[in-house]
Design a protein around this ligand. Structure first.
Ligand SMILES: [Zn+2]
Ligand SMILES: [Zn+2]
Length: 370
């Protein structure tokens, strides 16, 4: 077996053991709960790679999927394996992957969107917006196709990126969310010296804060509540605002010299934030929405968009952003230690979900294999 190199992260494999016929997975058999059970280990088809999962984070979207908020779409049917924020190690290569540059033993992260490569959006590089999303064959892994809350997962070789030396498996499991924030920074055209507010100091917001800093923002105000604001300050927020104790709009405006910030990144998943974001943005500024609400609607002051010439950006997934996020981790520009401390074995997946829904963990990381 190849792939063992010195100087890798904390959990480097030295070789890959034989792949078992059956694997353990967290199975969504009925909405409301996950069961840990056995499934046949998937086999890589043409162009696909089998990965042994090293670390898989659980996010708010996973909670909503398990609850059934997107039933019939994410997932299309039960039973289903969720999990889309993960890192792994190549355990097998399907036919037609010879030129992928991947080898058994390589540590990798996976993009979740595999576009059709043929529609106008895919051809323009915006494969996160593939127009054939409703057609059979489209796959959004962990949502419409099997995820990685399991010992093994199969992905197209083109969706995989090698993890740089020195970036651990748990940190790499944050690349999915981190790359979303890279995409957000690119969407709004964040520039040096920008002022920013980030609503929602969950994992997404705490990565957005750091990626905004790395993109040149000099004022980054984080709005949320409780202990997570301390983590935000520790990770470089210039100000933190606890909305339980002060008006978030007034406080963000005050922190930006009374003008309002250039950009608000809404990472909260809370539909009430959009109106606050409009109030906290300077004239001519931008609001970017990254968090999903589970189908909720928002009440927004419509005239402000016209009178203040605000720009509203939707931000979905992370097209072409994984390599940049991996570099930000490898260089130390984005810190992950406070974000990856809570780790669970697969048998304790319920505890991991409980920790996220009770907000005792910013990001529970499940380690499916030793
Ligand atoms: Zn997620
Ligand atoms: Zn497409």
């Amino acid at each position: 077996m190849s792939g063992a190199k010195a100087g890798r992260g904390d959990d480097a494999p030295t070789s890959e053991a034989a792949v078992p016929d059956m694997m353990t997975a967290a199975l969504l058999r009925q909405y409301g709960r996950l069961d840990v059970g056995q499934l046949p280990t998937p086999e890589p088809g043409p162009g696909e790679v089998l990965c042994r999962v090293l670390a898989c984070g659980i996010c708010g979207t996973d909670l909503k999927i398990v609850r059934g908020d997107f039933a019939g779409v994410w997932p299309p049917s039960l039973p289903f394996v969720i999990g889309h924020e993960w890192s792994g190690v190549v355990a097998g290569l399907g036919p037609g992957t010879e030129r992928s540059g991947l080898a058994v033993g390589d540590r990798v992260v996976a993009e979740n969107h595999a576009g059709c490569s043929a529609c106008a959006m895919c051809r323009s590089g915006r494969y996160n917006l593939c127009e054939r999303v409703r057609e059979p064959g489209f796959k959004l892994y962990g949502h419409t196709a099997p995820g990685a809350l399991a010992e093994y997962a199969v992905r197209p070789a083109v969706a995989l990126h090698r993890i740089p030396d020195g970036v651990g498996a748990a940190a790499a499991a944050l690349v999915n969310q981190g790359a979303l924030t890279v995409h957000a920074a690119r969407r709004v055209g964040l520039t040096a010296g920008a002022s920013v507010a980030v609503y929602g100091p969950g994992l997404l917001g705490l990565l957005m804060l750091q990626v905004a800093r790395a993109s040149g923002a000099t004022t980054v105000v984080v709005v949320g509540r409780g202990d997570r604001l301390r983590t935000a300050a520790d990770l470089g927020a210039s100000d933190v605002v606890d909305y339980e104790h002060e008006s978030p709009v007034d406080a963000v405006r005050a922190a930006s010299g009374g003008r309002g910030v250039d950009v608000v990144f809404d990472c909260s998943g809370n539909p009430a934030v959009l109106a606050q974001a409009v109030g906290a943005t300077r004239r001519g500024g931008s609001v970017a929405v990254l968090g999903l609400t589970g189908g909720a609607r928002a009440d927004v002051p419509v005239d402000a968009f016209a009178l203040d010439e605000l720009t509203l950006y939707g931000v979905r997934s992370s097209p072409n952003a994984y390599p940049a996020m991996l570099e930000l981790l490898a260089s130390g520009a984005v810190r992950t230690e406070p974000l990856t401390a809570d780790r669970f074995v697969l048998d304790d997946v319920h505890a991991a979900f409980e920790a996220l829904s009770a907000r005792t963990s910013i990001r529970p990381i499940v380690l499916p294999t030793k």
